[in-house]
Design a protein around this ligand. Structure first.
Ligand SMILES: Nc1nc2c(ncn2[C@@H]2O[C@H](COP(=O)(O)OP(=O)(O)OP(=O)(O)O)[C@@H](O)[C@H]2O)c(=O)[nH]1
Ligand SMILES: [Mg+2]
Length: 230
């Protein structure tokens, strides 16, 4: 029995590798398309409820109309987040993954389709709010220029791939620190253990505290891409 089990598990690993290879090619295609259009793409990830939509709402309020932005938002179901983000005036496309099996992440081919609904000539920045999950989205390149993770507490060491693969971390809900038994220094220590030197922005999407540094970093990254293009 044992050798059979071994073969079976080898076959399963090959399937996963192939899926990821196909995704990788699609992501490169997206990346070329976004580069041709001069659009900076940011992939925002976190576990459910860490504050992605609230942070993006507050970010859009501050950067628009100077930066022309659009959003693709991924959820298993509902248009609740798209409705919240559309209030900012940005064009928003909601992807519901329950239409194709309830995926816990956005894959490159999904972004390709969603981007068809956006006028890429009319924007500088495409924000992608990924499905709330700290595991699967880290595995899938979608053709983005930067990845950001919004976090709380001990997540960095429990889900290291996400923190290793992201370019910056947003430590959100700092307005709650006085009421929580939360060791912020330890959280930051965990992040740097997994990803030495990772920029960490301490923010409250609710009160707006700390948003300037995060938006400064984002603006710099968008500027670098536009400069490289001109
Ligand atoms: N106190 C406080 N609450 C916040 C903050 N940011 C978000 N929240 C609240 O946290 C809850 C979840 O916020 P969302 O922005 O919907 O989180 P999300 O990551 O988009 O959630 P999913 O899309 O479901 O994964 C909401 O009730 C927000 O009002 C913050 O900075 N401080
Ligand atoms: Mg959300």
């Amino acid at each position: 029995m044992k050798p059979v089990e071994g073969n079976k598990s080898t076959r399963e690993v090959k399937v996963v590798t192939r899926v990821l290879a196909v995704n990788e090619r699609m992501a490169e295609q997206n990346r070329r398309r976004f580069a041709e259009k001069g659009v900076f793409v940011i992939n925002v990830m976190s576990s459910p409820g860490s504050g992605k939509t609230t942070t993006l709402q507050k970010t859009l309020e501050r950067i628009m109309p100077q930066i022309r932005a659009a959003v693709i938002v991924g959820d298993v179901s509902t248009t609740h987040d798209a409705d919240r983000l559309a209030v900012t005036g940005a064009p928003v496309v909601q992807v519901n993954t329950d239409a194709f099996g309830g995926d816990c992440h956005l894959a490159a081919h999904v972004i390709e389709k969603a981007a068809d609904a956006i006028d890429l000539d009319a924007i500088d920045l495409l924000i992608i709010e990924n499905v709330g999950n700290l595991v699967c989205p880290a595995e899938f390149d979608i053709g983005e220029d930067a990845r950001v993770v919004v976090l709380s507490v001990d997540k960095p060491v429990k889900y290291p791939a996400m923190f290793r693969l992201c370019d910056a971390a947003l430590l959100n809900k700092i307005d709650l620190l006085p009421y929580l038994d939360y060791d912020k220094a330890q959280a930051i220590g965990y992040i740097h253990q997994v990803h030495p030197g990772m920029p960490i922005f301490e923010i409250s999407a609710r009160s707006g505290e700390g948003m300037e540094s995060w938006i400064g970093w984002l603006g710099e990254r968008i500027g670098l891409k536009l400069k490289a293009r001109s």
